[in-house]
Design a protein around this ligand. Structure first.
Ligand code: WT7
Length: 633
């Protein structure tokens, strides 16, 4: 197991060592894993290209470390506890032995269905244990998984399948979410009509058992292909820098990009951070409520916990079904020790009233975590008092799809906590604040753009199929630094507070979205001439989506038009990208070079039209008043 820091003194020492001798520090952590062959070189890096290699020459299979390694010591311990959507249905437990057997069986099934090392396999599945099993099976045979959140539309799914030229899709028949039974296979069918010629087979897991369309030439039932498979499977030997997975995420321009993570570094970093950030102890039950469709689910439902030999929970449903006490009922039922969720869920549950949390036995909680977006002080206090009862420290963990693992966070019981502050860097992480010119913002009580100036094992290696884009987006803004896209404040004592994105990325209920992506979707409506999308403060979602639309005459105030716009966004991206507010405007404020002045639109969307700044240099200054009037501010 990796080193678990226990005291503040130790954190300071370890941190110092990790900065002064990073290679020595990470090699020590890496040595605690099972390698088929040791690495030749700990680290090689250059942020210009960028080219980052950790533990080069090392041979491993991450699933041997997640599963095989634990069989002798904890074979009968629960690895995954699955809590179904239906509160009256029994939970399902997989011990490490059982999980190992299921993963091996599915690995053999994948191979029998023509999947080989290096092939890309797309997932479009609800939160069922088969998702974790199949992801691990891919990793075992060296196939690259690309999990797509099952809330995305057929078009969004097709885009991702095509970008990674996936050979197979693994899906379910339906998704049981609250009172709804959402078709899943039908969305895959729809996606495959959109030019996904690389797909040879679709493996379908029967979840709720509803009707599905069937194509004998390519569709295969999970239970059929699993029949009589051997329960052992020799893992593929992977190089440390071989690709482990692709995960698509949104940026400020263009289509979502496939963030690439590799085997060795990702393994070491997710295990190290899981062990330390959650202070996991033998026998604890850990629950992260994220979806495996996002990086949080990859790193802290599947890989980090299983690498650590933990018991990790998976929940199929939603926090408000059958009512707003579901999370707390599950915590009580499974005596959850570490609980990790998103601010948007906390705010939504807080809004339902304290009666839903009160009266549940949450005394097993030792650590409660927050992730994905800034947590406001009211939500932080409520979480602290009502859920943690003042006994379980809140860890406000900042990180990104691109960072692979948690970067900045308090360590519970070790470092202090302060509302809204992610606070301190993990060992091995060297954050730096810079101004727009790339000069370091030194000292305390200051603000700047958050960058990281030294590589860490689980950092992004490339964007799939387009390395130049990776360089451009993350490594070109400032020399020799990884640019996060976030603004950050350092308080008088040196704690870090993430303020939010400084680019055209918005964070809606913890879902990351590019405003350009939403605009492109809106623009597909034939009556739309131009649109501009910005985020605005939203009580529950953190940010809401505000769409300014220039449309053909006669559409203003037309309720059907708004409905159609939401439908087109749902079709192109998915319901998570539906605009909360749509405003038809006669024009958009633009600079002389034709760029939309989003700063002004953001202000107006927030309901505040004071201090719009100097608008006289605009190409069309008169439009500002017109937009303001249309918005009623
Ligand atoms: C963006 C990354 C980290 C996994 C889930 C989201 C925002 C993330 C925090 C936090 C304030 C946060 C940032 C970041 N963010 N965690 N604790 N406090 N903001 O991953 O979808 O890649 O989004 O989420 O803006 O850049 P993601």
């Amino acid at each position: 197991m990796t080193l678990q820091i226990k005291t503040l003194e130790q954190y300071k020492e370890v941190y110092q060592e990790s900065v002064e001798k990073p290679e020595f520090f990470w090699a020590k952590q890496a040595e605690t894993f099972h390698w088929q062959q040791k690495w030749d070189n700990i680290l090689e890096w250059d942020f210009k290209t960028p080219a980052v290699k950790w533990f080069e020459g090392g041979k491993l299979n991450i699933t041997e470390n997640c599963l095989d390694r634990h069989l002798a010591t904890r074979g009968d311990q629960p690895a995954i506890i699955w809590e179904p959507n239906d509160p009256n249905a029994p939970a399902k437990t997989y011990t490490y032995k059982e999980l190992h057997a299921e993963v091996c069986k599915f690995s053999n099934a994948l191979r029998a269905n023509g999947i080989e090392k290096g092939d890309r396999v797309c997932f479009y599945m609800p939160m069922v244990p088969e998702l974790a099993i199949a992801v691990l099976a891919c990793a075992r045979i060296g196939a690259i998984h690309s999990v797509v959140f099952a809330g995305f539309s057929a078009t969004a799914l097709a885009d991702r399948i095509k970008d990674a030229t996936c050979k197979m899709v693994i899906c379910s028949d339906y998704n049981a979410r609250g009172a709804k039974n959402i078709p899943v296979k039908a969305v895959v069918d729809e996606a495959l009509k959109q030019g996904c010629s690389s797909i040879e087979k679709v493996i379908v897991h029967k979840n709720t058992g509803g009707e599905v369309q069937w194509d004998d030439a390519k569709d295969i039932w999970w239970h059929d292909t699993m029949k009589d498979r051997a329960t052992t499977c020799k893992p593929e030997t992977m190089d440390s820098e071989d690709m482990l997975f692709i995960l698509y995420t949104s940026g400020s321009t263009g289509k979502p990009k496939g963030v690439v993570h590799t085997c060795g570094g990702y393994m070491v970093y997710t295990a190290y951070t899981f062990n330390n950030v959650f202070q996991y102890q033998e026998g604890d039950v850990y629950w992260c409520t994220a979806d495996v469709g996002w990086i949080t689910g990859h790193s802290y439902i599947i890989y980090g916990p299983l690498l650590t030999g933990a018991t990790t929970m998976m929940f199929e449903g939603v926090p408000t079904y059958p009512d707003a006490s579901r999370f707390w009922k599950i915590c009580e039922k499974h005596q959850v020790n570490q609980f990790y969720t998103a601010p948007t869920a906390i705010r939504a549950l807080m809004a339902k009233g304290d009666e839903y949390v009160n009266g549940h036995d949450l005394s097993n909680l030792k650590v409660i975590g927050s992730v994905g977006e800034p947590i406001n002080v009211e939500a932080w206090n409520w979480y602290n008092e009502k859920v943690g009862k003042g006994n379980a420290p809140i860890i406000d963990t900042w990180w990104q799809t691109e960072t692979g693992g948690i970067m900045i966070t308090p360590l519970p019981g070790i470092t202090d906590t302060k509302p809204c502050y992610a606070s301190y860097p993990m060992p091995g992480i060297q954050p730096i604040l810079v101004n727009a010119d790339g000069e370091e913002v030194k000292g305390n009580d200051v603000e700047g753009l958050l960058c990281i100036k030294f590589p860490w094992p689980s950092m992004i290696r490339t964007t799939y199929g387009d390395h130049e884009r990776c360089r451009q987006v993350y490594f070109s803004a400032f020399e020799n630094m990884y640019f996060t896209g976030d603004g950050c404040r350092r308080d008088a004592d040196g704690r870090l507070r993430i303020i939010g994105r400084v680019d055209d990325v918005i964070n809606v209920s913890g879902h990351r979205m590019g405003t350009a992506e939403v605009e492109n979707a809106i623009n597909e409506h034939p009556a739309v001439i131009e649109s501009a999308v910005v985020g605005y403060p939203h009580d529950i979602k953190g940010q809401g989506i505000f769409a300014y639309v220039i449309a053909q005459e006669g559409t203003a105030g037309d309720a059907d038009f708004e409905k159609e716009l939401r439908a087109v966004v749902t079709k192109v991206i998915g319901p998570i990208a539906k605009p909360d507010k749509i405003l038809v405007v006669p024009g958009l404020p633009k600079t002389r070079s034709g760029k939309i002045m989003r700063r002004i639109l953001r202000k107006i969307a927030s309901g505040d039209a004071s201090n719009l700044g100097d608008t006289s240099t605009l190409l069309n200054p008169e439009i500002v008043d017109a937009v303001r009037k249309a918005a009623g501010v």
